[in-house]
Design a binder for this molecule. Structure first.
Ligand SMILES: Cc1cc2nc3c(=O)[nH]c(=O)nc-3n(C[C@H](O)[C@H](O)[C@H](O)COP(=O)(O)O)c2cc1C
Length: 198
């Protein structure tokens, strides 16, 4: 099939997110200027550059994660693995501002090394980030669409030692969880290698 995506949707659910999949999940912890703690998953998330590593997440509307990061300039991107999938999902509940999702999901707040927001102690890896900038996305006509992107530079990296093998991250052992479309998720439990040409 083909459809013009500027017109009405000819399918019961938007297929685009099911096609751009699997998407990594940034499980973002942040604190507000008042010291409120927040934790929520974002699959409009990725790493855009390396050394310095720049990551981004995009908020549909100004959700607490984005507001808190914009207020205090720091966040932690916790890595989601299969054993934490349920807890990750629990932290996406629409709790009122100021309600701590760590507590809601029974997770432990571990102080970060270089930034204020705590990290998820149970997570096998986490990236401590400082905000580089934010931007509001626009449509083709230049109209703001209430989608807010935060860009952060990774300044600290935590990896549980048991997932390092000869200095490399053992991706399959981590059992990373990624988001597919609808309510579907994928687990990375198998990888293969390709040598780069040239
Ligand atoms: C796996 C997963 C990925 C999500 N990705 C996003 C996303 O990229 N952007 C977004 O705005 N909401 C996303 N959500 C929904 C938010 O997590 C949810 O609205 C949450 O309540 C936001 O919390 P906050 O207001 O505390 O930041 C996602 C939810 C799940 C379960």
């Amino acid at each position: 099939m083909f459809y013009d995506a500027r017109g009405p949707l000819p399918l019961p659910h938007d297929p685009v997110k099911a096609l751009v999949a699997p998407r990594p999940i940034g499980w973002i912890s942040a604190v507000s200027a008042r010291g409120e703690i927040n934790l929520a998953p974002y699959s409009f998330f990725n790493v855009l550059a390396s050394r310095p590593a720049i990551v981004m997440f995009s908020s549909e509307g100004r959700k607490d994660s984005f507001s808190f990061v914009a207020e205090t300039g720091e966040f932690v991107c916790n890595i989601v693995t299969q054993d934490l999938a349920q807890q990750m999902n629990m932290t996406s509940a629409p709790l009122p501002r100021g309600r701590n999702e760590f507590v809601h999901a029974g997770l432990t707040m571990e102080p970060s090394r270089l930034v204020k927001p705590p990290r998820v102690k149970e997570a096998a890896a986490a990236l401590e980030c400082r905000l580089v900038g934010t931007t509001e996305l626009t449509d083709l006509d230049g109209r703001p669409i209430d989608r807010h992107v935060a860009f952060g530079q990774v300044i600290g990296v935590h990896i549980e030692d048991r997932f390092l093998k000869n200095g490399l991250v053992d991706t399959a052992a981590l059992r990373l969880v990624a988001r597919c479309g609808y309510a579907d998720y994928a687990v990375v439990d198998e990888v293969f290698q390709l040598a780069r040409p040239g």
